[in-house]
Design a protein around this ligand. Structure first.
Ligand SMILES: Nc1ncnc2c1ncn2[C@@H]1O[C@H](COP(=O)(O)OP(=O)(O)OP(=O)(O)O)[C@@H](O)[C@H]1O
Ligand SMILES: [Mg+2]
Length: 240
């Protein structure tokens, strides 16, 4: 299927969602251009993770539209969204501690009935060499940063078109943050992927991001291209 370059990767329009009667998303609207890194930012508790869960169909929305590569997906079950190319790495990683790295690595693809070929696994080992080195270790033996790399690798083996990462740098040592940043850059530049990055680490966003949106109390209060994320915007919407 030819890729139409002018079409957006993802368009979320006026997404609304309540949990136990309180409005958590109050009309989230954002557009992700193809082959870009989009940073969804905002202080704690503004609805970043909830937006991703709604995008994946893990929480029911009240209203709004989600279009992925031009097709409405807001009524699809989670498994179908994954199958058509949404690759989601939740906040906190979700590695199975008692399974080996190898077992953890293939479990996502297997659940989708995908048998990753050697090109896909080689790509993952190139991006994250430590995974190849530690294949036989238990997942729980890896450091937090290595578990984050494993969680990303596992999703990459499902061949996502849009990689969705929820705070991949949270609680992770600086050298692994650099490796994850480099992997994101390569996935965009060499693999043509789009990446939706939820992140509070400002410098990481500024270095990697093409576009940004900032959430406040469940709605986008500022958005633009990364050069438009000025110190003034940061002070107003991000500084605690
Ligand atoms: N299961 C739940 N029950 C009740 N309230 C919830 C639930 N999940 C989230 N919330 C509330 O929804 C709001 C948004 O939460 P969300 O996890 O989306 O924030 P976030 O922007 O990802 O924050 P953080 O940066 O801390 O990860 C918060 O006020 C939170 O308390
Ligand atoms: Mg969150």
């Amino acid at each position: 299927m030819p890729t139409i370059l002018t079409q957006e990767s993802l368009a979320i329009n006026d997404l609304r969602l309540s949990i136990s009667g309180s409005a958590i998303l109050r009309g989230v609207t954002l557009t992700i251009r193809p082959n870009t890194v989009f940073c969804l930012m905002g202080r704690n508790g503004v609805g970043k993770s909830t937006t991703l869960k709604a995008l994946m169909g893990l929480l029911p929305i009240e209203s709004g539209n989600i279009a992925f590569l031009g097709n409405s997906i807001e009524r699809l079950p989670t498994a179908s969204r994954a199958r058509i190319g949404l690759g989601y790495v939740p906040q906190g990683r979700d590695i199975f501690p008692h399974l080996t790295v190898l077992e953890n690595l293939f479990i996502g693809a297997r659940a989708q009935g995908i048998k990753p070929d050697s090109a896909a696994t080689d790509r993952v080992f190139t991006l994250f060499p430590i995974i190849k080195e530690f294949l036989k270790r238990k997942g729980g033996m890896l450091s937090g940063g290595q578990q984050q790399q494993l969680a990303i690798a596992r999703v990459l083996l499902t061949n996502p078109k849009l990689l969705i990462l929820d705070e991949p740098t949270e609680g992770i040592q600086p050298n692994i943050i650099d490796q994850i940043g480099e992997a994101i850059r390569l996935l965009r530049n060499e693999d043509g992927m789009s990446i939706l990055l939820v992140e509070q680490y400002l410098d990481f966003c500024k270095e990697l991001g093409d576009d940004f949106a900032i959430l406040e109390r469940g709605a986008v209060s500022a958005a633009g291209t990364m050069p438009q994320l000025t110190d003034e915007v940061v002070r107003e919407y991000l500084t605690v």
